[in-house]
Design a protein around this ligand. Structure first.
Ligand code: ADP
Ligand code: MN
Ligand code: MN
Ligand code: MN
Length: 335
């Protein structure tokens, strides 16, 4: 039986990497055991010089392809050099090492991916040459005057469910044309693989509607919310008690600068202190506080156990880097 396998990988574009993919027609089934290593021209993806251009694609996770259907699959890959060691742009390998090192602490992540639709060079719902009514009614809104792109969002949600991604919800965001979906909770590697594949599905499905989606962190300058990737995190100990929750906040505070630098290009423009953010230069944490770097959800403070929300990561962050770093910081301080 012949199947189509869409090999998806992360390129070497600076400062923010992009997704690439290409199709392999092969004899099925499309399982990790059967999917072969493949290659691509790294000189066209900012991953190799033209005179030594071959890079290697190694399948690491497989999902049913909700677009092509049948037995076709989406294949998340990591990029290797031809000696089979991780390519310098491969951040999954490092995430895997950290995840293995602290496996006994059972880290879980739930990531809230915010993004913005664009059409004709402006956010979906923005009028030609001007601005829509100020923010206030768009967040979780309903009605054609407030909500733009719901058909794409619904198609994306359905596709993620069919692909077996642990998508846990969607909502319209504060700026017109801006939306969010959440993936998780899941382990650092699973949530990261799934977030990248769900981003790919978003761009691919938006194509069908003639719109583009972007994870640009500050798509409109001025008094409009930026786009983030709030990263919710817990270890087994945090899910069972409150002291480990406070210890995690303190550990993250001790390495605040290092974290902010790894949380996505352009973070200074988004973490200004306005628009439900804490300034990127100051670390803070607090119960229910959406103006803090880390929020302890209200219910968690009541239950005295649960998880914390790192509100700093940008929409354009690399989840391999962010989940790896949070796991390392919190788990090394706790062990
Ligand atoms: P917000 O109120 O900040 O908008 P959301 O409902 O959008 O929150 O997202 C919360 C995320 O936290 C979801 O992805 C959810 O799966 C995740 N989550 C819930 N419990 C945990 C936990 N114990 N550890 C890690 N993530 C969790
Ligand atoms: Mn949310
Ligand atoms: Mn949000
Ligand atoms: Mn949030």
């Amino acid at each position: 039986m012949v199947i189509k396998a869409e090999y998806i990988w992360i390129d070497g574009t600076e400062p923010t990497a992009r997704l690439r993919s290409k199709t392999k027609v092969m004899e099925g089934p499309g399982t990790l055991e059967k999917l072969p290593i493949w290659g691509f021209d790294g000189s066209s993806t900012n991953q190799a010089p033209g005179d030594n251009s071959d890079c290697v694609l190694k399948p690491v996770a497989v999902y049913p392809d909700p677009i092509r259907g049948g037995d076709d699959v989406l294949v998340m890959c990591e990029v290797l050099l031809i000696d089979m060691t991780p390519h310098p742009t491969n951040r999954r390998a490092a995430c895997q090492a950290i995840s293995d090192k602290y496996a006994d602490m059972e880290s879980w992540f739930g990531i809230e991916q915010e993004y913005t639709f664009f059409k004709d060079g402006r956010p979906l719902g923005f009028p030609v040459g001007g601005f829509p009514a100020p923010q206030g009614f768009y967040y979780c809104g309903v009605g054609a005057d407030e909500v733009f792109g719901r058909d794409v969002v619904e198609a994306h949600l359905e596709a993620c469910i069919e692909a077996g991604i642990a998508i846990s919800g969607i909502n319209a965001e504060v700026m017109p044309g801006q939306w969010e979906f959440q993936v998780g909770p899941a382990s650092p590697l699973d949530v990261s693989d799934q977030l990248w594949v769900s981003r790919w599905l978003l761009y691919r499905i938006a194509e069908e509607f003639g719109v583009s989606a972007t994870v640009e962190p500050k798509p409109v300058k001025g008094d409009w919310n930026g786009a983030g990737c709030h990263t919710n995190f817990s270890t087994k100990a945090m899910r069972e008690g409150y002291d480990p929750i406070i210890a995690a906040c303190e550990a993250l505070g001790a390495k605040a600068e290092e974290h902010v630098k790894a949380y996505g290009h352009g973070i200074e423009d988004r973490l200004t202190g306005a628009h439900e953010t804490a300034p990127w230069t100051e670390f803070s944490y607090g119960v229910s506080n959406r103006g803090a770097s880390i929020r302890i959800p209200w219910q968690v403070a009541v239950d005295k156990k649960g998880y914390i929300e790192d509100r700093r990561p940008n929409a354009n962050m690399d989840p391999y880097l962010v989940t790896g770093m949070i796991t390392e910081t919190v788990c090394s301080a706790a062990s």
